[in-house]
Ligand binder design. Sequence first.
Ligand code: HEC
Ligand code: HEC
Length: 292
Amino acid sequence: MADTTKREIDAVTGAPLHPHEWDGIRELEIPPPRWWVLTYLACVVFALGWWVFYPAWPFIGGYTKGLLGYSTRAELADTMAAVKAAQGPMNSRLASLDYAAIRGQPDLMAFAVAGGRALFGENCAQCHGAGAQGQVGFPNLLDDDWLWGGSYGTLQTTIEHGIRSTVDADTRQSAMPAFGKDGFLTRGQIADLAQYVLALSGRAGDVAAAGRGAPLFAEQCVACHGVGGTGNRALGAPNLADDIWFYGGDATAVTAQIWSPRHGVMPAWSGRLDALAIKKLTLYVHSLGGGE
Ligand code: HEC
Ligand code: HEC
């Protein structure tokens, strides 16, 4: 400690003055208040305790774990396990019952649909939209306009095995021929067919062309799309007469599809999600409005 008896004393405050002088400015030498020093020391003690008990110091290959062994990951795992245990009875009821029986139990149904909604947000929304409203090339699942069918059984099959999946042998398959690209029809014939297809929904611009398209449609397209273009679910061939469009309802989009079809791919989920998750998703999609 400096000897304050030799220090100059400030006349105004009576406090000792620091011996140095900077450009004529002098400083008082007053120790920090006791409460401040005590708080500071308490913080030091607390920090030392933290280092000992909790994870603290990072190293290249890890970190100090602390005596209490606390970790936010372990805490999350515990919470997840607790949630799983709490859902256990509901999940086993869900697993043991068939769709008709589940429907008869409102509490179980609500539980399954809530679970399905969460799973949908994680796995399906990027293609089908957050509200399952779909987008160009990805079908709307809210309506009753189904490509492959909207019963519990067909929905479950679609979700399990996907559509044109390259990894699932039981996937749904069908391929509209590339009438233009592969040279089955001329550009003129395809333009006529496009007008005929639009006429099925009352959209044709060119009635004469639509008339020329009719016999071509009967020849080339009814095998899959049906007489009058009403579709065929066994082949996933869309209804062309309902003015609901998968790829777009104007001459450009329809011509593009006839020229070279997209062959939309829906992944198979049986390898990624368990049977219970697929059941919840089936119940959720079915509950959206178009379920049959
Ligand atoms: C990578 C994009 C993609 C993802 C992810 C996806 N789908 Fe699909 N889904 C499609 C496409 C594309 C189709 C239409 C395929 C076709 O028939 O041309 C489809 C069709 C469907 C159909 C059939 C609709 C009908 O009209 O018959 C159902 C049901 C369905 N998806 C449910 C789901 C569910 C549930 C999930 C999440 C587990 C999911 N999809 C995830 C792309 C996707
Ligand atoms: C082998 C069966 C098959 C044949 C034959 C076929 N289609 Fe298709 N068509 C499909 C399937 C399956 C889809 C859904 C396609 C996809 O994802 O590419 C489809 C989709 C379409 C679409 C898109 C509908 C929408 O909502 O966007 C149009 C338009 C269409 N077909 C027109 C035709 C016309 C015109 C012909 C005859 C020249 C024809 N198709 C012949 C199976 C067929």
